[in-house]
Design a protein around this ligand. Structure first.
Ligand code: MG
Length: 218
């Protein structure tokens, strides 16, 4: 295997030099945990990676599927231009409420709309006439392929689609040996579609739990 394995020191270097959280982002996870929210939010270097991709795509309209407590929405919205908009979809009422509160504390309410409900229902109501430049999928894994189908319906050439947890905690490669593991199967099905859809040029980037990134090429 070619490449440099990541160490804690290297990881800390990356975060310190590229992806430092401000005071708000730093305090959100502990607050969310007190409200009973699982701490499965993205990590700071993932937030920065999403921002780099958004800027490279010239993203003005972004879509997030699965917002948890708004940590990733804040990273995403901060990479939008002044007239940019993020639509954040969240199924869990408490999580949607916390996302709204935390986005407001970040001063980003004018850029972020949080819609609460079943993502498939909310996605079905969206009009492809107003395409998204950027889509971040970070929700229930069995839904990933269906979310990707909608994402492909709602983007334009040059848009970027990202799916989180694409390594399935490092286990996605075990898919053939674990036919009953729904989580691994769902992630693999998503990765396979990202890798083979002729509209996408994609890579699984081994950042945190893996981010599968696809650029829409046609
Ligand atoms: Mg995730």
């Amino acid at each position: 295997m070619k490449g440099t394995p990541i160490t804690e020191q290297l990881y800390n270097y990356i975060v310190e030099h590229f992806a430092q959280e401000d005071d708000l982002l730093r305090q959100l996870p502990a607050e969310a945990e007190k409200r009973g929210v699982p701490l499965i939010h993205i990590s700071p270097e993932q937030g920065r990676f999403l921002q780099v991709l958004m800027k490279a795509a010239g993203a003005k309209r972004a879509l997030e599927i699965g917002s948890l407590f708004g940590y990733s929405a804040i990273w995403l919205a901060r990479a939008l231009p002044e007239d940019g908009r993020l639509l954040a979809l969240e199924a869990h009422p408490l999580h949607a409420q916390l996302t709204r509160e935390n986005v407001a504390r970040a001063g980003l309410s004018s850029k972020v709309e949080v819609r609460e409900g079943n993502a498939l229902d909310l996605l079905a109501a969206l009009d492809p006439g107003e395409p998204f430049d950027f889509v971040f999928i970070d929700a229930d894994k069995p839904g990933y392929v269906a979310y990707l189908e909608h994402a492909l319906r709602l983007v334009r050439p040059g848009s970027v689609i990202v799916g989180d947890n694409a390594s399935a905690a490092g286990n996605v490669w075990k898919v053939d040996a674990a036919p009953d593991d729904e989580y691994i199967r769902a992630i693999h099905a998503f990765n396979h579609r990202m890798a083979t859809d002729p509209r996408l040029l994609s890579i699984l980037a081994p950042i945190s739990d893996g981010m599968c990134v696809g650029v829409v090429i046609k």
